[in-house]
Design a protein around this ligand. Sequence first.
Ligand SMILES: *[C@@H]1O[C@H](CO)[C@@H](O)[C@H](O)[C@H]1NC(C)=O
Ligand SMILES: *[C@@H]1O[C@H](CO)[C@@H](O)[C@H](O)[C@H]1NC(C)=O
Length: 130
Amino acid sequence: MGMELRVLVVMAMVIALTSAASAASGTATYYKRPYVPSACYGNQDNGVMIAGASDAIWNNRAACGRKYSVRCTGAANDSPRPCKSGSGSITVKIVDYCANCQGDINLSQDAFGKIGNLTVGKIKVQYNQV
Ligand SMILES: *[C@@H]1O[C@H](CO)[C@@H](O)[C@H](O)[C@H]1NC(C)=O
Ligand SMILES: *[C@@H]1O[C@H](CO)[C@@H](O)[C@H](O)[C@H]1NC(C)=O
């Protein structure tokens, strides 16, 4: 029992460290409806948990359909209370290209509103592909 538990704890620590290491820091903005058409899927509806990719992750369309876990970590400007209190991570699917992007990831308003404060509009995030 003691040995197995220790193995589990070590495994959990390794997983936690690996996922922390692969998470990137950046900023997120949001865009409003209508969410179609999109650069990846044309008029196909992909729901509301979607995002546009900046050049940092777009990779010449390779980002289309990838899913990212995104968490609000703070303010990208001086606004108080940028993160929605108690919010965890959301998962969004890349469906669009964010031209002249003001951040790394341009979330749908629905997705942004789950982790951030819409009034602030631009937040610091940690994101990683899932
Ligand atoms: C949203 O941000 C504004 C501007 O920083 C702040 O005044 C307001 O209290 C925030 N709202 C919430 C619910 O945290
Ligand atoms: C987010 O995406 C929309 C739609 O493509 C675009 O109009 C807007 O400029 C983008 N916002 C930012 C801040 O990059």
